[in-house]
Design a protein around this ligand. Structure first.
Ligand code: 4AD
Length: 473
């Protein structure tokens, strides 16, 4: 085969070098009958290619052929690298390719529903355009999601999903630099069933279905099964998988299907052992993103500028009561045994940042009444629980807790929460055969990426988002 060069690898190549590249024709700009510019794109990179009539290989017909190509067509270019110099300062500019041969591999339609350059613009571009009286097209969210295969071609979107993959890697599978954090900490990767008999978090937010004549639903979380894996003697388990929630609320941070990273582990003395894993896992993830995803973070920053995440080497841990007190001192009254809402969470996030200089922290010891039935009450005060939420920039990315490993208490708590214990009898029975104290947490992957990059909507970090109003594409 021939030697192909990725567009991202062109920068730094020497003038005069022959290259063969494949890319998407992002921009086609005719200059005259003898000359045209083509911007080719691949992933987060672009390169300007120059097509100019010469004696050997480029004819006026070729220039004409190029100028009638439809945008977003796939093209192959054989050409020569040229590194133009600024005529005044003499400094070298971005690498260009002088086209010698041009093939169209597959044509795109002439009228695209989304123009990628429009879709890639930042708020700054719009401000600049307004000042200079230029009219730019704004691509709305619905249009983007309706034509998602086009929308995800923007550099920022290409970067978002590479970052998402990286977060998964570092936490679990083929991590960079042998990090494989959870594996190295003795966690075993598992796959729990997604077709299950009942709800796992309580509440009505389940998708019901017919399982060969038996009522069933899509798993709301791996919760009950990851705990049963602990009962099965695995010690420490994790899972990265799809989670289904029949959400009624249409918000910036809820999806009906998302990717969950679930962790469950035996604990020896205290549920803070679970918080300790959160602390070290996320410091490793954030460090790794900052270190190894600079290109992707730059691409996102160009379209959606954001401040780098502030986090401490040792993650801050506050109690719910301390949080309530901070809010109170700032003039915000909240129910001390209730839950925080989006607004009070964000407010607390800002207060924490002011006081402790971090955008990432753990809030623990939540009131028992606002936690799921399987949550362990505090030994010293059963109005509270051995549980925690974790926040990035004032928004929840994780909830976790110690679980009840005592079958009698579990039954009592399930009944108190209005759950029909018959539907979870095999789960409760799992704790009758000798079950160790344990705890764990669940992370929403889309939320981690959204909030690390300070994006304003979870639909931006889901490849083909499913929300209460969207099932296609
Ligand atoms: O807070 P949740 O519902 O907790 C559980 O599922 C527990 N079983 C976890 C545990 O081990 N204790 O969900 C966990 C995380 C949330 O913090 C959030 O990041 C994400 O999952 N999440 C959602 N993400 C997108 N859309 C939704 N509808 C989400 N619901 C929860």
């Amino acid at each position: 085969g021939r030697v192909w060069t990725e567009i991202g690898a062109l920068e730094g190549q020497l003038s005069g070098q022959s290259v063969l590249i494949r890319g998407v024709a992002q921009t086609i700009r005719p200059v005259s009958k003898k000359m045209a510019f083509l911007v080719l794109r691949q992933f987060t990179s672009t390169v300007q290619c120059v097509l100019s009539v010469d004696k050997e290989s480029v004819s006026p017909q070729m220039v004409k052929f190029a100028t009638v190509l439809n945008k977003e067509s796939i093209v192959d270019v054989e050409g020569i690298i040229s590194v133009p110099k600024d005529p005044i300062t003499g400094t070298t500019q971005q690498v260009e390719v002088q086209i010698k041969k041009l093939y169209c591999v597959n044509r795109s339609v002439p009228n695209l529903p989304i123009n990628i350059e429009d879709a890639a613009r930042s708020e700054k571009d719009f401000e600049k355009a307004e000042q200079t009286g230029v009219q730019l097209v704004r691509v709305g969210q619905d249009t983007r999601l309706n034509y998602r295969v086009l929308d995800i071609r923007t550099p920022a979107n290409q970067a978002i999903f590479r970052i998402q993959c990286h977060v998964e890697d570092v936490s679990s599978l083929a991590g960079f630099l042998q990090m494989r954090f959870l594996r190295s900490e003795g966690f075993v990767g598992i796959h729990s069933p997604k077709l299950i008999a009942g709800s796992s978090e309580g509440g009505a937010a389940v998708f019901k279905l017919d399982y060969k004549g038996q009522p069933a639903c899509l798993a709301q979380s791996p919760q009950l099964y990851k705990q049963m894996a602990i009962c099965g003697g695995f010690g420490r388990v994790f899972e990265v998988g799809s989670v289904f929630r029949a959400e009624d609320s249409y918000t910036h941070r809820h999806l009906c299907e998302f990717v969950g990273l679930d962790v469950e582990m035996e604990i020896k003395e205290h549920y803070f052992e679970v918080c300790d894993i959160v602390d070290r896992l996320f410091v490793a993830i954030f460090d790794d993103l900052n270190e190894n995803c600079k290109t992707e973070l730059d691409a996102i920053n160009r379209q959606y500028p954001f401040e780098p995440l502030k986090y401490l080497r040792k993650t801050l841990k506050l109690t719910f009561e301390e949080g309530i007190q901070m809010l109170k001192e700032a003039g915000v009254e909240v129910d001390p045994l209730g839950d925080l809402n989006t607004e009070t969470e964000r407010k607390l996030g800002r207060l924490v940042r002011e006081k402790y200089d971090t955008d990432f922290y753990i809030l623990c010891r939540y009131p028992l009444a606002v936690r799921p039935f399987y949550t362990m009450p505090c030994y010293d005060n059963p109005a509270y629980s051995n549980s925690f939420d974790v926040f990035i920039r004032g928004e929840e990315i994780i909830s976790g807790a110690q679980r009840i490993h005592l079958p009698e208490l579990l039954t009592t708590r399930a009944e108190a929460c209005g759950i029909d214990v018959k539907t979870i009898s095999s789960y409760i029975d799992s704790f009758r055969y000798g079950a160790p104290p344990h705890g764990g947490f669940g992370v929403g992957l889309e939320r981690v990426v959204m909030l690390f990059c300070a994006l304003n909507n979870i639909r931006k970090t889901s490849l083909f988002p499913r929300d209460p109003q969207r099932l296609t594409p």
